[in-house]
Write a protein that binds this ligand. Structure first.
Ligand code: FES
Length: 219
């Protein structure tokens, strides 16, 4: 029976690895690093399980059992890393990252800076008809912070959130569950959000605020 289970597990690993590779190819740099370790450990576990199957087929049950236990140890470590990837790094689960992927990588015009209220988040929708983008804009004097409006946790509308100070850093509190993000870099300083908010680069050109999604943002 153990032989059948191991063989089934090995067969199931193939589509699982393909799905993982597809997620990995779309991941951020930090996610890809952790994902690579996850893949290496899983591959090593797979080799050990295959070795276990061969040993069992040759009648060496004890050797087969030893290899299977070693494989289980590696697979368990890898599962922990996979959990970190899925939960803390929100691979495939960050609403902000998902929304950011739909945005244009060109500069997005957000209108005259002077039209924005000072120190209060507002919603701006880019007029790029192919890729409309909902962005949360917070003007502070002659500068502005621009974030993807969708909260990384469950997609709450960040422009309806409140500004607050956490440890001397200006932060935005999501109106839905209180996830709190540093305006400067999007870092989540209070849960339930664990993935960062997506912060866009900004510039003011001819008095107009423009924003741009970073090519790749580390997590
Ligand atoms: S949707 Fe923002 S904290 Fe839950």
């Amino acid at each position: 029976e153990a032989d059948i289970l191991i063989a089934t597990g090995i067969a199931a690993a193939v589509p699982t690895a393909l799905a993982g590779a597809a997620d990995w190819s779309e991941g951020e740099i930090g996610q890809q690093r952790v994902g690579a370790v996850h893949a290496v450990l899983n591959s090593a576990a797979l080799v050990l399980y295959a070795g276990s199957l061969v040993a069992r087929a040759r009648g060496s049950r004890a050797r087969g059992r030893g290899l299977a236990y070693a494989a289980l140890g590696l697979a368990s470590s890898s599962a922990g890393i996979g959990g970190h990837l899925a939960y803390h790094q929100a691979a495939g689960a960050s609403h902000a990252a998902t929304a950011a992927r739909t945005l244009s990588h060109d500069w997005i015009d957000l209108g005259p800076l002077d039209d924005l209220p000072d120190g209060r988040p507002v919603l701006r929708v880019s007029d790029d008809s192919d890729r409309p983008a909902s962005l949360c804009v917070i003007r502070r004097g002659d500068q502005a912070h621009v974030l993807v409006d969708s909260c990384s946790h469950l997609g709450g509308p960040l422009h309806q959130g409140k500004l607050t100070d956490v440890g001397g850093k200006q932060c935005l509190v999501c109106p839905w569950h209180g996830g709190t993000f540093v305006l400067a870099d999007g870092h989540a300083v209070r849960g339930p959000a664990v993935a960062s908010a997506t912060v866009l680069q900004t510039r003011v050109a001819g008095g107009r605020l423009q924003a741009k999604v970073p090519e790749r943002h580390d997590v």
